[in-house]
Design a protein around this ligand. Sequence first.
Ligand code: COA
Length: 388
Amino acid sequence: MRDVAVIGIGCTTFGEKWESSFRDLFVEAGALALEDAQLAGEKIDAMYVGNMSAGRFVEQEHIGALIADYAGLATHHIPSTRVEAACASGGLAFRQAVIAVASGMEDIVVAAGVEKMTDVEPGASTDTLTGAADREWEGFVGATFPGLYAMIANDYMHRYPLTREQLAQVAVKNHFNGARNPIAQFQQEISVDTVLKSTLVADPLRLFDCSPITDGAAAVIVAPFERAREFTDTPIKVLASAQASDTITLHDRRDISTLDATVIAGKRALKIARCIHKDIDLVEVHDCFSIAEICAIEDLGFCKKGEAGKLTSDGITALNGDLPVNTSGGLKACGHPVGATGIKQVYEIVQQLRGEADRRQIDGAEIGMTHNVGGTGATVAVHIFGRI
Ligand code: COA
């Protein structure tokens, strides 16, 4: 297998983007990534595009072909493939691009993610997202994603010492980071009080415990590591790509507040990268709800079960802490255009490892990790990156 590097990155701003269509979003992110790699579109050998549900959000299917066409590449006849794994669509699209280059099948490959979620009514977006759970066992009986993660939060808080204030501090930290990220949907700092006084969505989760509904796209370009310096002075090496699955329903899980797919994918990634936890300088985790960040930190093995609340309240996961988590603002503040999130996580880590993260830069960051979850943990992708 060949070593793989990220040679170019691009991302739209995230938010309610009434002025941009689904295809505009992709074209903008792709053009930024090409410009970053100083690469002409004709040099691209293949594309993988993460997208959860354009069919329901914008009534458009056949996304691989659409995107190749609007990127001006249809007449080059490159293979262009949509990848769908709910909120992990972007992470899996990235993994497919890495596999294509590592195997020697392709050289220059775009991994992208795009979602336009705000063109439908709130009830319709909630229902579409519910398709990432088990429709027959969960969706049909009224379970929504906030509802499912609320069950995880209640179980967790019953068994482990996590206070409501500590849970709120996840959102406070992520809004602090988002306020330093020019692409973030929410760029305002908040207090614990803001979270505790916000509308109750699904007990105990409140508005500010939830990621929002977001439009956005991100794209990265990967190439063989040995060719990377043709395109960039700062290639970022992909040290590991790992993926794991679990039952789609929560009720079939061994333990509903431990995401076993995260545990397994995290271990696999560390083994492939030949790293230990102390080597990781920062991590972008899948905080679709505040409780998800708490579980992710523990399930990835950065601390024992029951300790992530204290880690958060002690400031260990803050920008200036020993283990900065979600420097982009995470899904909570940066936003969560579901198919694009896994690629935006790569975009953030690459910016940090290149030293280009400006007011949220982690000094001397050399190794970073991304963690992208589909549904309540039925699909997980973990990647590790290194500055060489
Ligand atoms: N955090 C902070 N503020 C939020 C927010 C969030 N998650 N979601 C919306 N807002 C703000 C809006 O900006 C708006 O503010 P304004 O009045 O100042 O303009 C206000 O709250 C109302 O927005 P609205 O769009 O009407 O919210 P809503 O009640 O329709 O939706 C949620 C709120 C939490 C239900 C929705 O964001 C949601 O479903 N989130 C979860 C998404 C999800 O499940 N993703 C998949 C995870 S696996």
